[in-house]
Design a protein around this ligand. Structure first.
Ligand code: C2E
Ligand code: CA
Ligand code: CA
Length: 768
């Protein structure tokens, strides 16, 4: 039952956690789609570039139209023979590709153009000339191209070189190809790296390639042939302007403002590693959601950190190895935001829980405090609160010292637990502990008396022995102050406990309503009668039984007779109840007899019934129905019953005796009467109370009392029953001193009529 509800609350918690993660994921996915996370993504990607920063492959060389070249050639635009010369030089050196990032869209001097065209025509290397594209209008997808003049483009491939910065002005991407008026055209970098892809699909430039590791050569030096001829063999060369005054420069992430030709080279280098595939953010977000779930479920800050660390590492590893090993471009900002959000949320919840918990704990003792009690009380409606006030607490403090208070309170708690206090114990006040009790009032009262008794011996705290006295106050569950007040009232009057008025009233109400229900219980089948065997020590078998009533209450569960018998007595329902048991016992004995089992059955008769003429008459008329012989029955009465009105009691008992019923004195030893006094009562049996019997086999005083009682009782002609036998040694002892009957858990617990029949049959069979 309890584990089921624990399971339920665990399942409930899981649902809430999963829902939280889902909600976070949805919110993050929405803002990722809206582009809100792009700035963060850029920062993360830059970090990724920095992480895998590496040198260029060396395949792509840059021939820079640099300051030195500008200084050497001087006239701008340069005569095309310079370019022709460079092409020849590179071609001689065995370059594989020669690409220009230089605008040749307008004709120059005829001779110069012819010269350049001839060089292009003669080159063995693949020559690529640039097409500069511009968007026709803002909404236009197609480019308006400006092509090299026809004379030049005859001998060359064309590659588009448009560079389009993102909205923040930084160049991050490059197209694989662009659309011109009639056909898609590959970009210069795609041509150079010999990669193909979808035109108009941009790929991210890999800025982890360090631009300054690109092999670079001054244009003028190449033109003059001032280079090692082996340098360009099989290489791809881009020629373009790097001189500042030529103005072809763009801002990039990580590397700042760099010349367009370097960007082209980086783009080509990127494509050499493979065309990057963009994975987007959904997959890493999904992965992060798994870690976020673990974070949301974390019970400690350390676990949050561990799960967050694992998740973030995984996300960065994805970014890193995806890019370096598989040319994947993965967006991780949403995933990281997910992890951060989950961690912050969980952290905040734990901080709040700690704070809440601290609010519920008494700092000095570490016990739950009054606030905790008030919170707990909210979930108990039928219960009461018991406040236990420590008398002379200031004196106790003086004896043990302030430091030892929490030790003292811990000892005190131990004692209370031993005495049957269940559930949490709260410290609701400097000098008062409290707990919630759902016991029935009478049971609670007897529990409190027990506690007071157990507390009578001093507790030991750090070597000093401290006497404690507790006074209890009982109030409704939501009224700790009233419980405290009741406790101090009790202390003032020297009582062990007191009810607060309201609690007293509700206790009474509860009892009265219980009594109202008793009638229904008798009509329905909530009441039952169990039988506890009495073992005949001479015959070594079961010859009789004590009938014990049970009430299985539909709401409150099994109620012990200790709770409702006194109530039934107070509310004058005990006669009905006893007659109910009597009839049931007669039925059962009759059944047993039919089954061949001769058993005497004992019925408990309350003290106040003995002197009731009405009750006696009704018993008499039932017995006269003659369903079983009256001598099959024994009435058990307690001695208190006889003390008050001795003569009346005496004549009532005699009436029963005359009918043939046996009369047993129950709980003998707990009252004040002596055997000689009892001698004057018409008894057939004496039942020694279990408090004497239980330890008789090892307690000398008890042994003496029991054995002398047995002896004297025998002299008076009474049979002796010892009750409460819980150990074999005890049974042996009783046998030894000649006791007649034994009853107790060691022999058997109370059981149903059918079970009793079977048990009794077996012992008879065994004895025979
Ligand atoms: P009792 O007459 O002294 O009954 C014996 C009680 O001791 C029973 O508790 C029984 O279960 C318990 N007991 C038996 N063997 C052992 C043992 O070895 N160790 C211990 N610790 N206890 C043992 P139960 O049934 O809870 O009854 C409690 C009391 O309620 C009875 O005490 C009796 O006074 C009263 N009672 C029970 N049934 C009736 C009834 O039908 N009518 C009346 N008037 N009172 C009843
Ligand atoms: Ca009894
Ligand atoms: Ca008894």
């Amino acid at each position: 039952m309890q584990s089921l509800s624990r399971w339920r609350s665990r399942a409930g918690r899981r649902v809430v956690q999963a829902a939280t993660v889902l909600a976070l994921a949805v919110a993050i996915a929405l803002s990722a789609s809206a582009g809100t996370l792009q700035p963060l993504e850029n920062v993360l990607q830059n970090a990724g570039f920095a992480m895998r920063s590496h040198a260029a492959s060396g395949q792509i060389h840059v021939v820079e139209m640099d300051a030195a070249s500008v200084a050497a050639i001087q006239r701008w635009p340069w005569d095309r023979e310079h370019y022709a010369r460079v092409v020849e030089r590179l071609d001689e050196a065995g370059a594989r590709t020669i690409a220009f990032d230089v605008d040749f869209s307008t004709a120059s001097d005829r001779e110069q153009d012819d010269r350049f065209a001839a060089a292009l025509a003669d080159a063995n290397a693949t020559v690529i000339l640039p097409v500069f594209g511009q968007r026709g209008s803002f909404a236009e997808k197609r480019q308006l191209d400006s092509l090299p003049i026809p004379q030049l483009r005859e001998h060359a491939l064309l590659g588009s070189v448009s560079v389009s910065p993102a909205s923040d002005g930084l160049v991050r991407e490059m197209p694989i190809g662009t659309f011109n008026a009639d056909a898609p055209r590959p970009s210069l970098s795609a041509q150079l790296a010999q990669r193909s892809g979808v035109a108009d699909d941009d790929f991210p430039i890999d800025f982890s390639i360090q631009p300054d590791t690109l092999p670079r050569h001054s244009f003028i030096a190449v033109k003059m042939g001032e280079f090692d001829p082996a340098t360009f063999a099989g290489k791809d060369v881009i020629i373009g302007a790097t001189a500042i005054e030529m103005g072809d420069r763009y801002a990039t992430p990580v590397h700042g403002v760099i010349p367009g030709v370097i960007i082209q080279a980086l783009a080509a280098e990127t494509l050499l590693d493979g065309v990057p595939v963009e994975i987007g953010w959904a997959l890493p977000l999904l992965l992060a959601a798994l870690f976020a779930y673990a974070i949301i479920a974390a019970r400690s800050r350390n676990r949050i950190l561990v799960q967050f660390g694992l998740g973030a590492t995984l996300v960065f590893a994805l970014l890193h190895f995806g890019a370096s090993e598989f040319a994947l471009r993965i967006a991780i900002a949403p995933a990281l935001v997910m992890l951060i959000a989950a961690a912050l949320l969980r952290w905040a919840i734990l901080v709040r829980e700690d704070f809440e918990e601290a609010r519920l704990v008494d700092a000095e003792s570490g016990m739950p405090n009054r606030r905790a009690l008030e919170r707990a009380a909210a979930t108990h409606d039928r219960s009461r609160i018991v406040a236990a006030m420590i008398d002379e607490f200031d004196a106790v403090k003086l004896v043990i010292g302030q430091d030892a208070i929490s030790d003292f309170l811990a000892r005190l708690q131990d004692r209370l637990r031993v005495a049957g206090c269940e559930g949490p114990i709260y410290r609701i006040d400097d000098r008062a502990l409290a707990w919630v009790s759902s016991l029935e009032p009478l049971e609670l009262e007897s529990r409190l008396l027990g506690m007071a008794a157990i507390l009578r011996s001093p507790v030991e705290v750090r070597g000093s022995r401290v006497d404690i006295k507790l006074t209890f106050g009982i109030a409704d569950v939501n009224a700790p102050d009233e419980a405290l007040h009741a406790a101090s009232q009790a202390a003032r009057h020297g009582e062990c406990f007191a009810y607060h008025e309201q609690a007293q009233k509700s206790a009474l109400d509860q009892q009265l309503s219980l009594m109202g229900e008793l009638e229904e219980a008798m009509e329905g089948d909530e009441l039952s009668v169990l039988y506890q065997p009495k073992f005949d020590l001479r015959a070594e078998r079961i010859t009789s039984a004590e009938a014990l009533i049970r009430w299985r209450h539909p709401v409150r569960g099994d109620l012990r007779p200790d709770i409702f018998i006194p109530l039934a007595e107070e509310t004058n329902r005990i006669d009905e109840l006893t007659l109910f048991v009597l009839r049931r016992v007669i039925d059962d004995v009759r059944e047993w007899r039919k089954g061949g089992l001769e058993i005497r059955a004992a019925i408990n008769i309350s003290a106040r019934l003995i002197t009731s003429a009405d009750f006696t008459a009704r018993v008499e008329s039932i017995l006269l129905e003659d369903r079983v012989p009256a001598d099959r029955l024994i009435f058990e009465i307690t001695e208190s019953a006889t003390i008050g009105q001795f003569d009346l009691a005496c004549s009532a008992l005699r009436r029963f005796r005359d009918l043939g019923v046996g009369v047993s004195m129950d709980d003998y030893g707990t009252g004040q009467s002596t055997l000689s006094y009892l001698k004057r009562l018409p008894l057939t049996e004496l039942k020694i109370d279990r408090s004497f019997v239980q330890h008789a086999h090892r307690d000398h005083a008890d042994a003496l009392l029991v054995s002398s009682t047995v002896e004297l009782a025998h002299q008076l002609g009474l049979q002796v029953v010892a009750e409460g036998i819980e150990e074999e040694a005890c049974l042996d002892f009783l046998r030894e001193i000649g006791c007649d009957y034994a009853q107790g858990y060691f022999i058997a617990r109370p059981m149903s009529a059918d079970a009793f029949f079977d048990t009794a049959q077996t012992t008879i069979a065994r004895a025979a």
